[in-house]
Design a protein around this ligand. Structure first.
Ligand code: FE2
Length: 313
């Protein structure tokens, strides 16, 4: 199944969670419908009402469980991210694990700090250490989730050593069009898991087959993007807010200098294997030019302020 295809962009919205099984990804529909309906619903798309937009409600958990059963029957789409560069995956974590992750992050909310980033504007961030966020690290390292990611990306991967980042998009924040920068010799797979979303912001991307995606990311959805492939952005938050986790999976432990450069940005102590002298990537093909013209139509027209930029996440 193709993900994020279609010239008009999709209209994800929050209603899709009940229609898409865990283990599946959702094809984009036409129309570019915005977030409003979904933005007022919780994980699972319908059960949560306004309160549910923040954390998954019981009904949402039941919905996710039903989705899991359907997903088991339908199976995954192996290698989808490698083929398209990007996939939108609703109901990414098992419902109970997602609940635990949300609660853990909510307790850390007061530690979010301002971020210096040339691509993101007004975003707040907190790098998480494994010891301080055991539920979060445990969820993304669980065998079930690893199997799911391996299927989607089409190769064996593990959670990368780069810290999971808790990020908040408050009102007025955004992230310009950019490519995620490779941190490993084999470009990593970046995962953005939405925790809470009361915003009207959407994530947009262009995949490797020329399709374009546009989603209001519902709680417990994951946008999975392979670094150096699919250009993407987050539109400005006009109302509400959106909180996410950004993490990565990698097929190799061969790090590039960019890994350590971006690690330094987190403020955490340097790793023992950090090079004394910058080491350039070997044999990595040059980036393909971004064809901004093919992004034409609607909100994604033109390069925007972040044209051609690369960013870690
Ligand atoms: Fe990114």
């Amino acid at each position: 199944m193709r993900v994020g295809l279609g010239g008009g962009g999709g209209g994800g919205g929050g209603g899709g969670a009940l229609g898409v099984p865990r283990g599946g990804t959702r094809a984009m529909g036409a129309g570019g419908r915005g977030p409003p309906a979904g933005a007022r619903r919780g994980a699972g798309g319908g059960a949560g009402a306004a309160r549910g937009a923040a954390l998954p409600a019981r009904g949402a958990a039941r919905g996710a469980a039903r989705g899991a059963a359907r997903g088991a029957a339908r199976g995954g789409r192996r290698g989808e991210v490698d083929r398209l560069g990007v996939a939108y995956v609703p109901a990414f974590l098992p419902a109970g694990e997602f609940q635990a992750v949300c609660e853990e992050c909510r307790a850390l909310r007061g530690r979010l700090g301002s971020e210096t980033n040339a691509v993101a504007h007004g975003r707040r961030v907190l790098p998480l250490e494994a010891a301080g966020a055991p539920a979060t690290y445990g969820a993304f390292r669980s065998p079930e989730t690893l199997r799911r990611v391996v299927s989607l990306v089409g190769k064996d991967v593990e959670l990368g050593e780069f810290p999971i980042e808790y990020r908040m998009y408050p009102r007025g924040s955004s992230m310009d069009w950019h490519l995620d920068e490779a941190l490993y010799a084999d470009p990593q797979y970046e995962v953005v898991l939405t925790l809470e979303n009361t915003s009207n912001s959407v994530t947009e991307w262009k995949d490797l087959e020329g399709g374009r995606g546009r989603e209001w990311t519902e709680p417990n959805s994951a946008v999975i993007i392979r670094a150096e492939t699919a250009v993407h952005r987050v539109t400005a938050v006009g109302r509400g807010e959106r909180s996410i986790l950004k993490l990565l999976y990698t097929s190799t432990d061969e790090k590039l200098d960019a890994f350590h450069e971006n690690w330094a940005r987190t403020g955490l102590p340097a790793l023992p294997d950090a090079p004394q002298k910058p080491r350039k990537a070997k044999g990595r093909p040059p980036l393909r030019p971004i064809n901004w013209g093919r992004l034409g139509g609607g909100a994604g027209r033109g390069p925007g302020k972040g044209a051609g930029k690369r960013s870690a996440g």
